[in-house]
Design a protein around this ligand. Structure first.
Ligand SMILES: NC(=O)C1=CN([C@@H]2O[C@H](COP(=O)(O)OP(=O)(O)OC[C@H]3O[C@@H](n4cnc5c(N)ncnc54)[C@H](O)[C@@H]3O)[C@@H](O)[C@H]2O)C=CC1
Ligand SMILES: O=C(O)C(=O)CO
Length: 330
């Protein structure tokens, strides 16, 4: 029987490609920039499996081209870039990479929180630019982290891992989720709150929900107005969870104190974006999970899911059980 064909939409380490070559012919877009749309469409038409990134738009057009497509394995835990409903309808499996990036992403979330509160990037820039003229009482003074109140919106795997870190900083932990998680409350000493209460009480508001129809623009004008003047907003989820215009307005008008942003509506964020003109914004280039070991584990897990699918077995981390029950080539 002919070997199946796998297409990888961006350059990944050779040892991961080798895992796939054991069972398939492998094609790869050998660059660190997104695979062009026409190439993606052309490859989807040939592929038994697609190894995809968060930057790839896997919509109806791509999925319908894939007559032989068995699985779309996203190298990410989030899968808002994939039209899951169409995949399900066509019987194509979709997998993601949960857990293996949880701790790395929680580390980065905390790093961003600390950097924003204590103005780490702004202060470092001052050193480079010769603006450090002397120690002085209020020079680069920021907000405390220790003992403050953290509000986590989206208490999932990463939210819980952030809460574990916050315990070491003796923070009060509030959270809002679709439903309360009593086991997390016991384990982490976290308190469930309505969204409004959390916005009003927290010193740090951390967005860690997936991007869905319900979370798009979850944070808008009204939400920023409810926050404290000293509040710090951190977004490590997805850009569209926030209305960026409303956030800009809130920061500019000093309705809130600062924001740390790993994700944006448009990525890469244009360098002339209004948010980048504000000194109280710490922007990062979507590096939440970017530790070497987490990224290797994500790539390996995505590859393992493809190998399992191509050898007739159930992939380890399908985004939902019905991906398997509705799989068209089972
Ligand atoms: N910046 C980065 O590099 C990374 C970003 N992410 C983002 O973080 C998200 C979360 O990842 P995990 O914690 O692994 O996912 P998860 O599924 O374990 O947690 C998400 C939580 O959000 C909650 N949630 C969903 N809709 C909600 C709503 N409308 N209101 C309140 N809570 C809601 C869910 O109940 C769940 O508890 C991913 O979907 C992805 O978008 C994840 C990894 C890296
Ligand atoms: O995993 C995700 O969802 C990311 O955004 C990249 O790690």
């Amino acid at each position: 029987m002919a070997k199946p064909y796998v297409f990888i939409t961006m350059q990944i380490p050779k040892e991961i490609v080798a895992l796939l070559e054991d069972v398939a012919h492998v094609g790869m877009w050998e660059a660190d920039t997104p695979c062009p749309r026409d190439k993606l469409l052309e490859e989807a038409a040939k592929a038994d499996a697609l190894f995809t990134m968060v930057v790839d738009r896997i919509d109806q057009e791509v999925l319908k081209r894939g007559q032989n497509l068995k699985i779309v394995a996203n190298m990410a835990v989030g899968y808002d870039n994939i039209d899951v409903e169409t995949a399900k309808h066509l019987g194509i499996m979709v997998s993601n990479t949960p857990d293996v990036l949880t701790e790395a992403t929680a580390d980065l979330t905390f790093a961003l929180l600390m950097a924003t509160a204590r103005r780490v990037v702004e202060a470092s820039q001052a050193v480079y630019e010769g603006r450090w003229q002397s120690w002085s009482p209020m020079f680069m003074a920021g907000q405390d982290v220790y003992g403050k109140t953290l509000g986590i919106v989206g208490m999932g795997r990463i939210g819980e891992a952030v809460a574990r870190r916050a315990r070491g900083f003796d923070m009060d932990i509030l959270y809002h989720n679709r439903k309360p998680k009593t086991e997390a409350e016991e384990k982490l000493g976290a308190t469930y709150c309505s969204f409004e209460d959390l916005l009003q009480k927290a010193d740090f508001i951390v967005a860690l929900t997936p991007l869905t129809d319900q979370t798009r623009h979850l944070f808008g004008r009204r939400e920023f107005e409810l926050m404290k003047k000293t509040a710090i907003f951190i977004n490590v989820s997805r850009g569209p969870v926030v209305d960026e215009e409303a956030l800009y307005h809130a920061l500019k008008e000093k309705q809130i104190w600062a924001a740390g942003l790993d994700v944006f509506h448009q990525e890469p964020v244009p360098t002339d974006h209004p948010l980048l003109t504000l000194p109280n914004v710490v922007p990062l280039p979507h590096i939440g999970s970017a530790s070497i070991s987490a990224r290797m584990a994500m790539a390996r897990l995505a590859a393992e899911n493809i190998v399992l699918a191509l050898t007739g077995k159930k992939p380890k981390t399908l985004i939902s059980e019905d991906m398997w029950t509705q799989y068209r080539f089972k």
